[in-house]
Each structure stands twice: as structure tokens, then as C-alpha cells.
Design a protein around this ligand. Structure first.
Ligand code: ING
Length: 310
């Protein structure tokens, strides 16, 4: 029996600062239904899909800052997503800002299966940007101020007929993200991103933002023989221009579907979860070709303290 799952990436246009959870959930529900109408049984929403990307501002007011976090999942406002997931039989990835009961703050994503049950949680490991506001910038990037580094590692889950993994935004730039899941046999990595142009205020790097986005996603897919779904929040969000071009990438590294707007847009692809097998058995047969013992040696040699000469 082939393990083909029609998968959707539900790209989001801007979310205004004042937009309510009810309003953002309504947008997500509309895209979930659109995805389902095209046969999708899994939809990947984006990073921080319930609120504007608030780390672009220095927020002094504690109550306002807290208003951007979810203290329960599902909540009354997000429960309709879970109910619709169960009614339609469609799973989903959802990114949001998490405030735990013991007051820890994470940039979080959950994996919900086709019965509307949460089967996995991931917390963003690689937090870009800075903790204190920088002078003379139109926008900040204060994820290091508003979130703690993720403490759940990079697990994979056997669900919806495959081996599924999650990441969030900046994680996609680091090969370790995919490799830790690749070593667990991952067959599909889902991730959302909010990627502002001008993050580094450096040319030509900033003009390569979209190229570096796809480069990271395609390399991660190919080098670990896995599907990768990258879903953007994009467009002009409170004056900050963010890149779109959400994609579904095959284990070959080929882009099989790509968004063409910077608004709410659903793209889909029929993903054969067995497609990575040929790569895992040949080119990227880790057991046959990788030599972790050599990597450690190189790391030591590159370090300050050289090992004793053998
Ligand atoms: N955003 C950006 C990202 O990694 C960034 C930050 C932009 C880093 C451009 C480097 C270059 O896509 C988040 N939220 O991580």
C-alpha cells in the first residue's frame, strides 16, 4: 500500500497587531477547508500563526506582551481548529507563542493528527536576533528576549502513516536540525517561518533572503532524504516586509509546489512518503557512508587544544 498523503502548506499574509484570535483562527479554518477540498489530509500552518510577529517591537507593558502568548492549547478561541480537524479528518502543524503554567515562554509548534488530537510538541531551538533592542532600527528582532531556547530537542513522531518531524523558522538554516531528525528516519519535516527582509541590515545578504530560504529547505530535504514543508507568514506586516514563497520540497530536493502571493494562499502536493527510501538506501545510507568518529577528530583538531600526537 503506497503511503501517499496530499499535504498542504497554508501560507499566511500579514497579521495585524490588533487582530484577534477569533479573526486569525477564522483565516486558518478557511485554509484548512480549502486544503481539504483539494484532498489534503495534512495542513502545515506557519510559525506564530495566531498573532503578529511581536518580537519586532520592544514591548515594555507586561500585560500587552502576555496577550501574544497562549496559556492553553486548545483554548476556547483555537478549539474550532481541532474540531474541524476531527470533522474533516485532516491533521495540522500550528505554530504559536507558548506561556507555560510555570511561566516559561517558548516559540512552539504542535502536531495534531487526523482525529484532532495533539500528538507532538516542538519548541524552537535556534532563536535568532537579540535580547536588548538595537539603536537606529525600524524593527527589532527580540526572540532572545521573549522566548527561551526550546527544551524538547528534535523528536520525530510516527503518525498519519509516516515518520513526521517539526522545526521552526531559523532552525531551518542549521543542518543539525534536519540531521538529528534524519538519524531518526524522518520522512517529512514541517516548519513555519516569519522572515523579515532587512533582518541583518547587510547587503547583499538581505537581497538573498528568499534564495537562502529555499537553499536551506532544499538542502535539508535532499541531505536527509525527507520531504520538507516550509510555510511563510509574509507580506507587509505592521510595516515589516516579510518573505513568502512557501514551498513543498521532495526528498530529491525538488520544489514540487510554491506559493506565488504574499497573502493567505494554500498550496498542495501529493507526497509519497516512500520517495525518500531510494535516497536513504543509496546516496544517504548513513550506516554505510557516514563516519562520525572522523568528525570528532576534525572538531578536536580545529579546536584550541590539539589532541596528543598519536
Ligand atoms: N526569522 C528569521 C529566519 O531565520 C532571519 C530571522 C532572517 C535570520 C534573515 C537570518 C536571515 O528566517 C525567524 N523568526 O527566525
Amino acid at each position: 500500500m503506497t503511503r501517499k498523503i496530499i499535504t498542504a502548506s497554508a501560507q499566511m499574509g500579514p497579521i495585524a497587531r490588533a487582530e484577534t484570535r477569533t479573526q486569525t483562527v477564522a483565516r486558518l479554518l478557511e485554509m484548512m477547508r480549502e486544503a481539504h477540498s483539494r484532498g489534503a489530509r495534512l495542513v502545515v500552518f506557519t510559525e506564530m500563526a495566531l498573532t503578529t510577529f511581536f518580537p519586532r517591537w520592544m514591548i515594555e507593558d507586561e500585560a500587552e506582551l502576555d496577550s501574544f502568548y497562549e496559556t492553553e492549547m486548545p483554548s476556547a478561541a483555537t478549539l474550532p481548529l481541532f474540531e474541524e480537524s476531527k470533522r474533516l479528518g485532516i491533521g495540522f502543524y500550528l505554530g504559536y507563542a507558548e506561556l507555560t503554567p510555570d511561566q516559561h515562554r517558548y516559540n512552539t509548534a504542535i502536531l495534531v493528527d487526523q482525529t484532532g488530537s495533539i500528538v507532538g510538541k516542538y519548541r524552537k531551538v535556534h532563536l535568532p536576533g537579540w535580547a536588548e533592542p538595537l539603536p537606529n532600527r525600524p524593527f527589532q528582532h527580540l526572540e532572545k528576549r521573549y522566548y527561551e531556547p526550546g527544551n524538547l530537542g528534535f523528536p520525530v513522531w510516527r503518525t498519519m502513516g509516516g515518520i513526521m518531524g517539526m522545526a521552526i523558522c531559523n532552525d531551518r538554516r542549521w543542518p543539525e536540525t534536519y540531521r538529528v531528525m534524519g538519524l531518526q528516519g524522518v520522512e517529512m519535516v514541517m516548519l513555519g517561518y516569519n522572515t523579515p527582509f532587512g533582518h541583518l541590515n547587510q547587503q547583499p545578504m538581505d537581497s538573498l533572503t528568499l534564495f537562502h530560504n529555499h537553499l536551506s529547505l532544499q538542502a535539508g530535504a535532499y541531505q536527509n532524504a525527507t520531504w520538507v514543508v516550509g510555510t511563510a507568514k509574509c507580506g507587509n506586516e505592521e510595516g515589516s516586509q516579510m518573505g513568502g514563497q512557501s514551498v513543498i520540497v521532495a526528498p530529491s530536493g525538488e520544489i514540487v509546489a510554491q506559493a506565488v502571493t504574499v497573502e493567505d494562499e494554500v498550496i498542495t502536493a501529493k507526497c509519497d512518503l516512500d520517495m525518500g527510501r531510494i535516497y536513504k538506501d543509496t546516496v544517504f545510507n548513513f550506516a554505510l557512508h557516514r563516519r562520525p568518529e572522523a568528525y570528532t577528530l576534525i572538531t578536536e583538531r580545529a579546536g584550541v587544544i590539539l589532541p596528543e600526537e598519536p
